[in-house]
Ligand binder design. Structure first.
Ligand code: DNO
Length: 388
């Protein structure tokens, strides 16, 4: 049994077309209704419209990524109860349209974060990069987050101070823009004022509290998902450690175990992202895959190369710190045992060849992802053949 190959599509405005995704060899598409404000209901009509676009292109809408959880739900702010009710309605509507897997995350304020979205590799292709010192420059000196200095030691503050002195105005501007990029699938960046206002609303919410809020959310929505035949798949934190003084609760093996134990149900599972978990050297990816095998409903396969001090960049899918052969062997075994074909997507890719110079969502150019998918497909082909 092979994985169900998909790619993410950001909807009709995506410069990567559904036909590109089909030609990459995908049978499925991963998408979301990005135009619906976070917290609002996804109606059957809107879901059906998107589903038809995908089916007309000869594929199926395999996974929802994401049905976003509002910050009001995450911190139990003003509209949280209404948003939970809306979430339940969206789940029922998604199920009524035949969707099966719902991805979400519980990262406060910002979804994923990189300091550089076109880091040049030696061959001229471009990758996503997270560099701690640059992030400290952003946090301490560009965003000027109140209290930020308490989150860095003296050496890190000095390093950031030295670094900013060597940066041109254009480099500072670029860093600022990269760190404020909005949600995936959105063209709008946050303003500094917006981020500072949002951060302030998280004051007093520590890890324990955020986890409680997550579990409360799950107690509410998992039974609905279970009842209507959906599975929930949480995406890990990216990067998998605290940023901007915000708590992080889905970064480690323990976090994943806590989540699964919080609401025991076959509908409460994981989107296993080898790149996000893999950016920490204390996460053993093959071991986690083994341990959580029965709770994994969606796979993001990508590879990160860790450097010193928490820096990492997105390596080619078969390079980096995670052994993709081992991962795909593990996945093949678990699929066989569960008698299931798990949806996977090659997460992120380098900008390369004709991608360069095209405007695409960072990490989501067509050719870079096609290369990743083709490599992963090759490994899987060999693994499956070797096992039969
Ligand atoms: C980044 C993605 C994440 C992911 C969300 C899921 O490229 O993997 O943005 O879609 O965190 O909710």
């Amino acid at each position: 049994m092979k994985m169900h190959q998909t790619m993410r599509w950001f909807g009709p405005h995506d410069t990567v077309k559904l036909s590109d995704i089909r030609q990459a060899g995908c049978a499925g598409v991963v998408t979301a209704l990005h135009h619906i404000p976070v917290g609002d209901v996804w109606t059957v009509e809107e879901i059906e419209k998107r589903k038809k676009d995908i089916e007309d292109a000869g594929m199926t809408w395999t996974v929802v990524e994401s049905l976003p959880v509002s910050d009001d739900i995450k911190r139990q702010g003003d509209n949280w109860l209404q948003h939970i009710e809306n979430y339940k309605v969206s789940l029922r509507n998604a199920a009524a349209c035949g969707l099966k897997v719902i991805t979400y995350n519980f990262m406060p304020v910002l979804d994923w974060l990189r300091t550089d979205i076109d880091y040049q590799l030696p061959d001229g292709s471009r990758a996503l990069y997270f560099k701690q010192v640059d992030f400290a420059v952003f946090d301490l000196f560009l965003l000027q987050r109140p209290g930020a200095e308490n989150d860095y030691d003296d050496a890190a503050i000095k390093k950031a101070g030295d670094r900013i002195k060597s940066m041109t105005a254009a480099e500072k501007e670029k860093l600022f823009r990269n760190c404020l990029l909005g949600l995936p699938g959105s063209d709008e960046a946050f303003t500094a004022a917006q981020v500072l206002t949002e951060l302030k609303k998280y004051e007093g919410i520590d890890e324990a509290r955020l986890k409680e809020n997550l579990f409360h959310f799950l107690q509410q929505v998992v039974p609905v998902a279970e009842e209507c035949g959906l599975v929930m798949a949480i995406h890990p934190d990216d990067p998998p450690y605290a940023v901007l003084g915000l708590p992080r609760i889905m970064s480690t093996e323990k976090d994943a175990a806590d989540l699964i134990n919080s609401v025991p149900s076959s509908a409460n599972g994981l989107c296993f992202c080898t790149g996000s978990f893999g950016a920490r050297d204390d996460n053993n990816i093959p071991a986690m895959l083994k341990r959580f095998a029965d709770s994994i409903y969606f796979l993001h396969l990508r590879n990160t190369k860790r450097e010193h001090g928490g820096n990492f960049y997105e390596a080619s899918h078969l390079e980096g710190d995670t052994d993709m052969y081992e991962i795909i062997r593990e996945i093949t075994e678990l699929q066989k045992r569960r008698n299931i074909s798990l949806p996977m997507r090659p997460d992120h890719g380098h900008q390369m060849l004709d991608d360069l110079g095209k405007k695409t969502y960072p990490g989501y150019s067509a050719i870079g992802r096609l290369k990743g998918l083709a490599e992963l497909r090759g490994v899987e082909y060999a693994v499956v053949k070797g096992m039969s």
